[in-house]
Design a protein around this ligand. Structure first.
Ligand code: SAM
Length: 256
């Protein structure tokens, strides 16, 4: 349970790949020589980068062996490297550092973002997307379930709670002194899901991982049952039986 599961993550590949498409669409580089996909996961975002910059050397970095295994299988010609972004620095000046849905997992990520921007060459770009969904029911209910069950005394569950992102203004003030341009925006997706169970399956591949990792297998099943009951109460089925998963996401494109 401690490693990510590429298989679980890819169950919602189309929905999960739309934000990196939208992020890449705003990257103002017509060509690039070196592109790094930070937190490349199973290679879905890396594939977009290769399509957009076919002449570039594109390298994927991730800390998860399972994700890297899947990425190498998907894109055998591409280099994938195991690395922790918290301490990683580019060996050569990269034209584009691309981090889709990863920096929310990196402790003290604003400091890391600033360090990465400092290492960009003139005209180089840092492009980042992070979920900004900590106030959405799907995330708030993880915390609520963690606080009430027989597992409530487990201190590791407190650490599983993801903090709110800092305000957009603080990213602007952090990065603009180093950049010619900082473009910041939010998009809110409304993913059409088959039902409440699908929402649980979605988060088993991402936000629920730290909670489930903190529990033993029996407790894990009970936790998931309690979480599904809450999700079912909060996400009402639409006329066709499906539910909408509202998902706000935060984007930054910083050009040195
Ligand atoms: C939600 S997935 C994003 C995958 C892909 N970039 C995408 O666009 O769908 C997050 C990835 O970040 C990786 N990750 C999390 N923390 C990391 C860290 N500190 N260093 C490197 N990779 C990390 C995870 O292993 C996982 O593969």
């Amino acid at each position: 349970m401690t490693d990510w599961s590429a298989r679980q993550y890819l169950r919602f590949e189309d929905e999960r790949t739309r934000p990196p498409r939208d992020l890449l669409a705003q990257v103002p580089l017509t060509t690039a020589r070196l592109v790094i996909d930070l937190g490349c996961g199973p290679g879905n975002s890396t594939e977009l980068l290769i399509e957009r910059y076919p002449q570039a050397e594109v390298i994927g970095h991730d800390s998860s062996p399972d994700m890297l295994r899947q990425a190498r299988e998907r894109l055998p010609k591409c280099a994938f490297i195991e690395a922790d972004i918290a301490t990683w620095s580019p060996e050569a000046p990269a034209d584009l550092l691309f981090g889709n849905a990863v920096f929310q997992w990196v402790p003290n990520h604003p400091t890391v973002l600033r360090r990465l921007v400092e290492r960009l060459p003139p005209g180089g770009v840092l492009a980042v997307q992070m979920p900004d969904n900590t106030r959405q029911p799907a995330l708030a209910l993880m915390q609520e379930v963690a606080a009430k069950g027989p597992w409530a005394a487990n201190a590791a569950l407190d650490e599983a709670v993801r903090a709110d992102l800092p305000a957009p203004e603080s990213y602007y003030d952090l990065l603009k002194p180093l950049c010619a341009r900082v473009d910041i925006w939010h998009s809110i997706y409304n993913h059409v899901m088959a039902g409440p169970e699908a929402i649980v399956e979605w988060f088993k591949g991402s936000g629920l991982r730290p909670f489930l990792t903190a529990l033993d297998p029996a407790m894990r099943e009970d936790f998931l049952r309690a979480y599904l009951a809450q999700i079912t109460r909060h996400y009402t089925r639409r006329h066709d039986g499906r539910v909408l998963l509202k998902f706000p996401r935060f984007f930054i494109v910083a050009t040195r």
